[in-house]
Design a protein around this ligand. Structure first.
Ligand SMILES: *Cc1c(COP(=O)(O)O)cnc(C)c1O
Length: 523
């Protein structure tokens, strides 16, 4: 086994870990092609580019010129193309199949959005261009901001945060600034329900707060008695997700808002699940003070590997003065970006990013909103809830629903139906890969045992949902019939098997070491 200088394997231990099959001569299986790392495949002397030797120009690197080969992989254009296409075929994608990840909202990315985002007036502008030359882009940001404020009924939005978690940071920094402005430096306790997404407590701690966990009641919602008991003069606020990560609407949200305000705190709402209520409920009416909106969830912009996130954050009147720069204002027919704190009204806490945010995502999100209209957005939310409830109703008899009653946009199951089968939630998820599905979210939220959280989204047809439910039903029955091996040996049909994800996260091998530089170490 080749080890790198830190004593870690410099390449996968087994050929099949690198995506090669062992039961064929080529390492490929049918259309699933074995593909080594680009560094292992390419050589600099076969690069597709042929540049003349530089001549005449004096070297001005102060004696620091490179002594050895640079070591970049060299590939011809068709080889490069094949490398990336082969890798992409090992991947799962929203354009390939149903993506049931709960709490992630893996929505279809309409092609119209892509077309509009590629218009040169939006795609070819530079953030340092004079504002007079990018009036259309500024207007687009201003218009998207307007609709986000209308949909949430809030007076202010910061467009620049670049993800949901970044939006949380923005919201909590504004809360911190507001508390500091009130001279209340002792208010540092933030209440966070135990079903919260991990980004909530992480954000609170990052902003100098500490977290106090609120337990869930038997219905999966905030335990109101426990919540009331935790209110006090050191409470900075609450971070609450609605609908929550169990896929349930927090019915007491207005009372929660009133009580936290009475106690002198602020209400941060995690708006990642806004897609379940957009067009039907305006969070501003519920008493929120700040909420991020994941454009890559609710407004269909590409998610994860498909594109950068975007997390505009809306603010109530109470927090609006502390919202960060930059923001766009309209002056007659002209749009202006307020870029510096000293030009701003109020007391912005600062800025979150170098420029203005994710222009490409703004374009896609506005395209989505305008092509749907207010009735279409409302219907998207309703259909997302309908689809999740269909999945819940169809699978309830073979899998165990975590809570009674209907759900919002995602259906939560626990692992009671696997009890005594020798199959775990993880095994069940791996068996889904063999069936051609990306697994659902597993072991989250933490409030139920062996959680399986399924969010189908609104664009899946009944036929697609039926096929998915038939598959899960088949798997659940197979587990209950003692076909344990089918699960514990899964995935059998994937190019990579069970990877050591913990080790990959704790000690990632991020650097490829050329074979000649690898110290030979005994296994
Ligand atoms: C997705 C999500 C987040 C984080 O959003 P990112 O855009 O991934 O940073 C926070 N809270 C909840 C409930 C989420 O589902």
């Amino acid at each position: 086994m080749a080890m790198n200088t830190q004593g870690r394997p410099s390449r996968p231990l087994h050929a099949h870990d690198a995506g090669a099959y062992t039961d064929t001569f080529s390492g490929s299986r049918g259309l699933d092609q074995a593909e080594p790392l680009i560094f292992e495949r390419g050589r600099v002397d076969v690069t597709g580019v042929d540049l003349p030797e530089p001549s005449g120009a004096p070297l001005r690197v102060g004696g620091l010129e490179r002594k050895a080969e640079i070591g970049l992989p060299g590939l011809a254009e068709p080889e490069t193309m094949r490398h990336y296409v082969r890798l992409s075929r090992k991947n799962y994608a929203i354009d390939l199949g149903l993506y049931p990840l709960g709490s992630c909202t893996m929505k279809h990315n309409p092609r119209l959005n892509e077309k509009l985002a590629r218009l040169p007036g939006f795609s070819d502008v530079h953030p340092l261009q004079p504002q007079s030359t990018v009036q259309g882009a500024l207007k687009l940001i201003g218009e998207l901001a307007h609709w986000l404020m209308v949909l949430t009924n809030t007076p202010c939005v910061a467009m620049s945060p670049k993800a949901g978690a970044h939006g949380e940071l923005c919201g909590m920094m504004a809360i911190r600034a507001a508390l500091d402005a009130r001279g209340e430096t002792g208010r540092r306790r933030v209440l966070v329900p135990e079903s919260a997404h991990g980004t909530n407590p992480a954000t609170a701690v990052q902003c100098g707060f500490y977290c106090d966990e609120i337990p869930a009641d038997a219905t999966g919602r905030v335990d109101m008695e426990a919540f009331k008991a935790k209110l006090g003069p050191d409470v900075a606020g609450i971070m609450l997700t609605n609908p929550n990560t169990c896929g349930l609407f927090e019915r007491d949200i207005k009372e929660i808002a009133d009580l936290i305000h009475e106690a002198g705190g602020y209400f941060y709402c995690d708006g990642a699940n806004f897609n379940a209520i957009v067009g039907r409920v305006r969070p501003g009416d519920l008493g929120i003070d700040a909420m991020h909106i994941n454009l890559h969830k609710t407004f269909s912009t590409p998610h994860g590997g498909g594109g950068p996130g975007s997390g505009p954050t809306v603010f109530s009147q109470a927090l609006a003065p502390y919202a960060p720069v930059p923001y766009v204002v309209r002056e007659g027919e002209t749009w202006r970006m307020v870029e510096h704190e000293h030009e701003a009204e109020g007391e912005p806490f600062g800025r979150m990013v170098a420029f203005h945010g994710q222009m490409g995502m703004f374009t896609r999100a506005l395209s989505y909103m305008m092509s749907h209209g207010s009735d279409g957005l409302k219907q998207a939310a309703e259909d997302a809830v309908l689809n999740a409830n269909y999945v819940l109703a169809r699978l309830r008899h073979v899998m165990t629903a975590a809570f009674d009653g209907t759900c919002m946009h995602e259906a939560l199951f626990d692992d009671r139906f696997l009890k005594g089968t020798g199959v775990s939630t993880l095994d069940f998820a791996k068996a889904m890969i063999d069936e051609g599905y990306h697994p659902m979210t597993m072991y989250f939220p933490l409030v139920v045992h062996g959680a399986m959280l399924i969010e189908p989204t609104e664009t899946e047809s009944k036929a697609s949902l039926d096929r998915f439910c038939d598959t899960l039903e088949g798997l659940a029955l197979a587990a209950q019939n003692g076909e344990t091996e089918r699960f514990t040996a899964a995935p059998r049909h994937a190019p990579a098997k069970r990877l050591d994800e913990t080790r990959a996260a704790r000690s990632p091998v991020l650097r490829w070491t050329p074979p000649q530089d690898q110290p030979q170490a005994a296994e």
